[in-house]
Design a binder for this molecule. Structure first.
Ligand code: G6P
Ligand code: MG
Length: 223
């Protein structure tokens, strides 16, 4: 495995790692799913984490056995409706939505001259970072509209290292989604999974929540 001294950069997921926004995504999708008669389950909620807007809609329709019921135009309209729901939920969001320990962790990384990039599938990530007051940390963002493949494909995390001019093995990827951990592993980076260890069993390092995410704990896990 990677040595701690080898690490030069950190590639972050956003929703569910930096901020509590995965809850808002889930709420907005649930509104739409139930309107379409698709039963909401924890399993569906977990499967939606990390994947793109259209992939999410496809998974919801497939779960309900209605994947062939709607035209592309109707599907576009559903995706737009979900995004409107999501943006409504985001309206009053501020720095209080930053997950525990993340503000200190980012500051610590900057002070220790690590490089940072963002590997979020969300087209709303620039807005979210602005509202959280964290945009200054992420000058290196991957534009998800330029990707050929979504998570779990390695493309987004590979690009996260590339934009920093680093080798994958010099980077740590941080994720709360199974598809995201798979993307990090495929890119050849060290994967840190935040959340349920059973779901994120493929991660190199597991932390139960963001408050455990510190340089010291990563070093400890690698020693
Ligand atoms: C992230 C979230 C997903 C979300 C996706 C697309 O990966 O984890 O829940 O569906 O981004 O977000 P967007 O804001 O573009 O709809
Ligand atoms: Mg996430």
């Amino acid at each position: 495995m990677v040595k701690f001294e080898q690490i030069k950069g950190f590639v972050f997921d956003l929703d569910g790692v930096i901020a509590d926004t995965s809850v808002y995504h889930a709420k907005a999708w649930r509104q739409l799913a139930e309107k379409l008669g698709v039963t909401w389950t924890d399993e569906l909620a977990d499967g939606l984490k990390g994947i793109s807007r259209m992939d999410s809609l496809d998974l919801i329709l497939k779960t309900g056995g209605i994947e062939n019921k709607y035209t592309e135009a109707e599907k576009e309209a559903f995706a737009a409706e979900k995004n409107t729901n999501y943006l409504n939920l985001l309206k009053d969001m501020d720095a209080t939505a930053i997950l525990p320990g993340i503000a200190d962790f980012l500051k610590d990384l900057e002070e220790h001259d690590y490089q940072l990039s963002l590997a979020s599938a969300s087209k709303n990530s620039p807005l979210v970072l602005e509202q959280l007051g964290l945009a200054m940390y992420f000058k290196n963002k991957i534009d998800p509209t330029t990707l050929k493949h979504g998570k779990p494909d390695p493309e987004i995390f590979a690009r996260g290292a590339e934009v920093l001019n680093l080798k994958p093995e010099e980077c740590v990827g941080i994720e709360d989604a199974k598809a995201g951990v798979q993307s990090i592993n495929g890119a050849g980076e060290l994967s840190v999974g935040i959340g349920d260890k059973n779901i994120l069993s493929e991660a190199d390092i597991n932390f139960a929540d963001t408050s455990e995410l510190t340089l010291e704990n990563i070093k400890k896990a690698l020693d």
